[in-house]
Design a protein around this ligand. Structure first.
Ligand SMILES: Cc1cc2nc3c(=O)[nH]c(=O)nc-3n(C[C@H](O)[C@H](O)[C@H](O)COP(=O)(O)OP(=O)(O)OC[C@H]3O[C@@H](n4cnc5c(N)ncnc54)[C@H](O)[C@@H]3O)c2cc1C
Length: 352
């Protein structure tokens, strides 16, 4: 497959990667964005979508998700393509740029790269049970997938034995919804929420809905760990649950949802041959260039004297990196400062 050609490939669609699209756009440089997570927004949308941020200049308060939504609107004139749900695995330096490959097999040919990888690639936490691996989606030796991180739309659950493992809002919401679907009509399935502790991370109306679903018998709640599985050739058939006292129980299982939230993994980045210091990429704070010519790093992933891991700092870094990349790609220094409030060139670009 031919690689996707781009001037700049931005690795990471957190707030800083998003603002990077805007700053490159002002320099009339096209960019494509890759993120391991299926949603844009990095930590803001994955870890604290509803919390207020109070230190964005000129914005007294804004939630994590609102900031991401506003950034998305701000960068929309530049129509940058996003490649979500794929983690960049390798970067190879070529004569005229970089060859980049993701874990889903997408290839890019980029003249320059900006790493805005934050605290790492957001990936779904998995149960530490190796036997489940072949039943997960996207594993090379995958049988017909039966283990998911969310319920895919094309998976039929009516009449099936479905287990959700987790304690957070998504896990409980999914379990309640699935319990209603699984029991509708004449085919009676079973829905079980399993978690190792009694206390779930829910409150208010959701807690009430959960209690109602359990007391009506639609949903079972088991306080246990999934310690083993039973299979019939290439089919996952049962889960072995072990409770806090060590008692084992076997329950049927056609579909397992692992709803354990997201965690960032630095992952492949450490193998890209770029100089690092304490799990961060060392950069020149004038240009945000890394030790590899043509590769820049902005936001939480970089380090330099005085570095603060703040969104505001990342926005500053993205601005200077865009100037540096413009100079590099055009092979001449163009440090002409243009105000967005006054420049007719910029107004044309923004369509205002
Ligand atoms: C609870 C909490 C509250 C916070 N409150 C504030 C606050 O009030 N003010 C403030 O300024 N800051 C705050 N922060 C910090 C702020 O969220 C970070 O500074 C900011 O998110 C950094 O943005 P980023 O774009 O550099 O990285 P991130 O937001 O971490 O985004 C990086 C993205 O890169 C992706 N990625 C990483 N590696 C790869 C790869 N190999 N391939 C593909 N994709 C990859 C990840 O999936 C992720 O989506 C808070 C952080 C937390 C956790």
């Amino acid at each position: 497959m031919n690689p996707i050609q781009t001037d700049v490939l931005i690795i990471g669609a957190g707030p800083v990667g998003l603002f990077q699209v805007f700053q490159l756009g002002l320099q009339e440089i096209s960019a494509q964005v890759v993120d391991a997570h299926t949603e844009i927004g990095g930590q803001c949308s994955a870890l604290y979508p509803d919390k207020f941020i109070y230190d964005i200049p000129g914005v007294p308060r804004i939630t994590g998700q609102q900031l991401v939504d506003q950034l998305q609107t701000q960068i929309s004139p530049f129509k940058a393509p996003f490649h979500l749900g794929q983690c960049v695995q390798s970067i190879l330096t070529k004569e005229d740029g970089f060859a980049v490959t993701t874990d889903t097999g997408t290839h890019f040919k980029a003249r320059s790269i900006i790493i805005a990888a934050g605290v790492g690639a957001f990936v779904h936490r998995e149960l530490p049970l190796p036997a489940l691996k072949p039943f997960r989606v996207n594993t090379p030796q995958s049988f017909s997938p039966q283990v998911f991180t969310h319920l895919p739309e094309d998976v039929q659950i009516k009449g099936k034995a479905l287990t959700v493992y987790g304690a957070n809002e998504s896990a409980v919401t999914l379990a309640i919804k699935a319990s209603k679907q699984a029991h509708s009509g004449t085919d009676s399935g079973s829905t079980v929420l399993v978690y190792r502790r009694e206390k779930l991370e829910i409150e208010g109306q959701l807690l009430k809905d959960f209690e109602d679903a359990v007391s009506s018998g639609l949903l079972q709640f088991r306080i246990a760990q999934i310690t083993s599985i039973q299979t019939n050739q290439s089919l996952l058939t049962h889960l072995i649950l072990t409770d806090t006292k060590g008692n084992e129980d076997t329950i049927p299982c056609d579909i397992l949802i692992e709803s354990l939230g997201l965690s960032p993994k630095l992952g492949p980045l450490v193998d890209w041959g770029i100089e690092m210091e304490r799990k961060a990429l060392k950069v020149n704070p004038e240009t945000f260039a890394t030790s590899t010519a043509g590769i820049y790093a902005v936001g939480d992933i970089n380090t330099y004297p005085g570095k603060r891991k703040l969104i505001l700092s990342g926005f500053h870094e993205a601005t200077l990196a865009a100037y540096a990349i413009a100079a590099r790609l055009r092979e001449k220094e163009i440090n002409l400062l243009e105000y967005t409030s006054a420049s007719t060139r910029i107004h044309k670009l923004l369509g205002v």
